[in-house]
Design a protein around this ligand. Sequence first.
Ligand SMILES: Nc1ncnc2c1ncn2[C@@H]1O[C@H](COP(=O)(O)OP(=O)(O)OP(=O)(O)O)[C@@H](O)[C@H]1O
Length: 288
Amino acid sequence: MKISIENLSMTYPTGKRALQDISLKLESPNLIGLLGPNGAGKSTLMKLLVAGLLPTSGKIMLDDSPLLQDEKRLKGSLGYLPQSFGLYDELTVWQFLDYMAALKGISDSKDAIRKVIEATNLTEKRRSRIRTLSGGQRQRVGIAQALLGSPDLLIFDEPTVGLDPEERINFRNLFSQTARDKIVLLSTHIIEDVQSVCNQLIIINHGRVLFSGTPEELIALAQGHVGIIQLQAGQEVSSNHHITARVNTSQGVQCRIVSGDLPSFAQVVEPTLEDAYMYLIAGEGMEQ
Ligand SMILES: Nc1ncnc2c1ncn2[C@@H]1O[C@H](COP(=O)(O)OP(=O)(O)OP(=O)(O)O)[C@@H](O)[C@H]1O
């Protein structure tokens, strides 16, 4: 599967320009992390990709036909976990997934449900009513319904919200396995979620694409722009630099900073993915 996003813009009826002239190519197999601060436009992009919203201008091509012309095909090959997902509280996990399987037109639903229940570690909870589940378990049910029928395109809007660290690791592994022959696009605020598993990262801010490439390419952008400085009592970091960590030591305060222009006394260090992300996002307001 190949998705081509061409000059896509979205302005809400309120006049809010959520996306501005976005062009991107997504190809399977690929696990893609969509990163950006609150309000950057991530959910809007995802809703446009699942034809839940119509763009103001531009288009999305699914293989070689326009997405909106081929909505039926899209629905058959799509798994989507929206950011807020209404579950039917009185149904059991199995009943809910059975209902979702029927909506998706899956014929061998028993087998399909069993597979996603196992993948999301819900076997013990399959007969529990959804209202009795914890936040993390409910999130797992949301992920399970998206996986039903093994769709070629999976879109997860903040799938790891509400999951504890162990569950987050399990899900990272699950996304990575799932993406072996599919496109999985996941949005998150948590860099660790994408660090070890995504082969493509897309960073958006203020409705524009700031970066699309591999994690290594993102890190390379920040080379020479991350350093450690030691502050004496009463000394402050200039507002041109962005602090990513601050540790109190016996000699004073040690700060890790990212900056377009590191001070000469900074000890230059290798950037992490988080540093590189901060460099890119904060860079819009930094002196270069
Ligand atoms: N239905 C809507 N009507 C008007 N404005 C909207 C609507 N939905 C989103 N917006 C605005 O569009 C911008 C992008 O929102 P969007 O939800 O796509 O961002 P996001 O990156 O997903 O943010 P978050 O990480 O907080 O979920 C924001 O300024 C938001 O307030």
